[in-house]
Design a protein. Structure first.
Length: 244
């Protein structure tokens, strides 16, 4: 899922990346909403709230929402910067590094929320900021890997692109190409797994609370492991062939 650059990616690799990261976004967003009463992937909503607080001159809230927006921006910036810095070594290392940072941040949220969170306003704002930062990392990374095709937490853009793709597919003057069909598959996959993640995440949070945040890094670890396992199996097969 992480080894191939955008030009070399197969439909299967894109579908696997889209489904896993969309599921993570769905779980994280609903868990953040239930736990902290704030969406952690809805940057458009945060901009609207920022404007509302500016009008009402709520200076503390203005600062908080500005920091949240900057954290998403910094997550996206850091992800892109890391990929460009490490790409000369290997695609896997370049793409895996932001995922590792996201895992660390979400583990912090899980541990802090499960053991130390006292539901104070400052704690809530810090934890929300950490989750927003992690979503900025993820959204930027999957967009870079897929060449802008996959954005797992940007559903407004998803519905816009999906509407355009379906219109192109059904228009009598348009050619029904494999590329357009694959885009529709990928966008529907993102939507389905995001909704599925949100529903299952909401149900799970009601049952196990902050423990749900331990499962999100596990999903991200499977993304890292997928490419490592393929390489390990390939090397093992070569070793057996040489010995044979």
């Amino acid at each position: 899922m992480l080894r191939q650059a955008k030009e070399e990616r197969t439909l299967k690799e894109n579908l696997m990346l889209a489904s896993s990261t969309a599921f993570v976004s769905g779980v994280t967003n609903i868990a953040g909403m239930i736990a902290f009463l704030a969406f952690t992937t809805n940057i458009t909503g945060h901009v609207a709230n920022l404007a509302k607080h500016i009008v009402e001159q709520n200076y503390r809230e203005i600062i908080v929402f500005l920091i949240w927006l900057l954290l998403f921006f910094f997550g996206a910036f850091l992800s892109s910067f890391i990929v460009k810095s490490l790409k000369h070594t290997s695609n896997y290392k370049a793409h895996a590094a932001p995922v590792i940072i996201e895992i660390v941040v979400l583990l912090f949220v899980a541990i802090y929320g499960h053991h130390f969170y006292d539901q104070t306003q400052l704690e809530r704002e810090i934890v929300i900021g950490a989750i927003i930062f992690s979503m900025g990392l993820q959204n930027s990374l999957v967009s870079i890997i897929s060449g802008g095709l996959i954005k797992t937490s940007h559903l407004t853009g998803l519905f816009t692109d999906l509407g355009g793709d379906i219109a192109e597919w059904f228009h009598p003057k348009s050619e029904k190409t494999t590329m357009v069909k694959n885009k529709i598959y990928i966008r529907l996959t993102i939507l389905g797994f995001y909704i599925g993640g949100a529903v299952l995440g909401g149900l799970a949070f009601d049952m196990i609370g902050f423990t749900i945040f331990y499962f999100v890094p596990l999903i991200l670890l499977t993304i890292l492991y997928y490419d490592i396992s393929e390489v390990a199996l390939h090397r093992l097969a070569k070793l057996f062939n040489m010995n044979g």
